[in-house]
Every structure is written in C-alpha cells, then in structure tokens.
Design a protein around this ligand. Structure first.
Ligand code: URA
Ligand code: URA
Length: 261
C-alpha cells in the first residue's frame, strides 16, 4: 500500500483499530456505500432515459443450507414403486453412513407379503452381500419364521431402518434415523403388509417413536396405520437364548393374527 505513511505510524494505527475491536480486514481501500448507492441510482436513471428495461438489484442468495429430512421427504414422496424408492435411496447423499458402506441394503423377500419385518441396520455380512438379515441373526430369524410357517422366499418381506451399515455396527444417530424415516414410511406404504414386525429398539424408535423393546414386545401396537408387533431382536436372542420363549409367544400372536384369530 503506497500511502506515504511510515511503518511505525501504520502499525500504531493498526493496533489502535484492533483495540477498538476491529477483527477483520476487508479490503485495502474503503468502500463508500453511500456513493455506491448513489451511483446505482444514477445508472438506473440513465438506463431508464435510454429506454433499457430495468433490471432489479442482483438478489443476495443466502448460502444454501440443506435440510436432509426435507430432502428425504421429497425424494421418498416422488417414488411410486419399490424400484423407484430403491433408486431414490441410492441417490440420497445426505447420510454419512453411505460413504462408509459397501452396499445399499434395501430389502429381501416378496413384495406382496402379508408380513413385513423391519430390522435395525445391516451388519458386516449384510453390507457385503447387499441383503438384510443374511448373517447369524438372519439365520435365526429364518428359523423363527419357519416355525410359524413363513419364509422370505414365499411370505415375508424384510427391510431395515438403516439401508447402510454404521461403522463398527454403532447405533445409528437420531438425526440419521430421522433422515431415513421418510424412506421407511414410503417403503411400508408401498408394500402395505397386513402386519408389521418391528425388531429391536432402533426400529421401535423409528416407527413407534419410543424405545424400551423389552416392555413393548408382545403388545400389539400400530405403525403407519398397520398393526405392529414389536419383538426382541434376533441378535439379542443369540446373546440371550432364555428370551426365546418370549419371542415364541410373540410369533404365535403374529400367526394368530394372520389367521384372523
Ligand atoms: N440386524 C439387523 O437389524 N438387520 C440386519 O439386516 C442384520 C442384522
Ligand atoms: N435390547 C435391545 O437392544 N434389543 C432387543 O431386541 C432386546 C434388548
């Protein structure tokens, strides 16, 4: 800057400004905002005189702040089929779990099933294969279903709250659940099962708005307008085999409901 000011004076002036609370240097030369405004008025006048169409002031666009939940709502709303919903999820870029996952885990089973199972999140095996409940918990789930005459090949549709595996299988965060929830709701609306089976706490959180699976299990509830049975998660049953008898009772309740009893 060639102001003719010596270094010591410039420094003293700067220190004085800092003491006054100046924290940011904007430009070398000050801008006279009054003059700018005047100049703009003059320009507008001149344009008008020349008969040039008046252009409004350039709008100040606020920095776009994306609301992932709103984005999810509109993406899910536009999906009119399961294929479209899967594609919409695949194109959804606001969940950080996607970046760490190998595959989108969308669903397994038959889309016209009367029973829809909602699990929590893919684990390692599910992430690798791209299908829900294919690991040890999934094998137990298949045996449980077989015990009441159901199978994913013929009569059950399976999905999870989270379509991507969380790192180290950590619990999904509330904001992650919230941004995937619109997709889950649409998923249920497209399948329209007679009965929902809600497995584990994360799924209860997403569909019933509360946790406490050990208290909720065994009691019919309603989610998305559909009768819903909360059940202990098969991964929990693997760790706590003594809880299997409770799940057996819950499975029988589902069977009875399907049979109209
Ligand atoms: N646990 C779940 O909740 N879902 C899966 O797909 C696998 C394990
Ligand atoms: N605790 C959980 O987190 N899930 C279950 O299914 C049961 C107990």
């Amino acid at each position: 800057m060639d102001s003719g000011m010596d270094w010591h004076t410039a420094r003293a002036l700067l220190e004085w400004q800092v003491e006054l609370g100046v924290v940011e240097a904007i430009a070398d030369a000050p801008v006279d905002r009054f003059a700018v405004e005047e100049a703009a008025k003059e320009q507008a006048k001149a344009r008008k005189a020349q008969g040039v169409a008046k252009r409004g002031p350039v709008p100040v666009v606020p920095e776009a702040k994306v609301d992932p939940v709103a984005e999810a709502v509109s993406a899910a709303k536009g999906a009119a089929s399961l294929e479209a919903l899967q594609a919409a999820l695949g194109a959804f870029e606001h969940c950080e779990l996607k970046r760490g996952a190998r595959n989108l885990v969308f669903s397994d089973g038959v889309p016209d099933a009367r029973v829809m199972i909602v699990g929590e999140a893919p684990g390692r095996d599910e992430d690798r294969i791209g299908k829900p409940f294919v690991g040890r918990a999934g094998q137990l789930l298949d045996r449980m279903l077989a015990a009441i005459g159901l199978s994913r090949e013929e009569s059950v549709y399976i999905t999870n709250v989270m379509p991507w595996r969380p790192p180290q299988n950590r619990d999904p965060r509330p904001e992650e659940i919230a941004m995937l929830q619109p997709f889950l709701r649409k998923h249920i609306a497209l399948v329209r099962p007679d009965v929902l089976v809600i497995m584990g706490n994360i799924s209860c959180q997403a569909l019933l708005g509360k946790r406490g699976i050990t208290r909720l299990r065994g009691n019919w509830s309603e989610a998305e307008g559909i009768p819903a049975m909360p059940m202990l998660h098969p991964a929990y049953l693997l760790r706590t085999p003594s809880a299997k008898r409770e799940t057996w009772a819950d499975l029988l309740a589902v069977k009875a409901r399907l049979e109209g009893k």
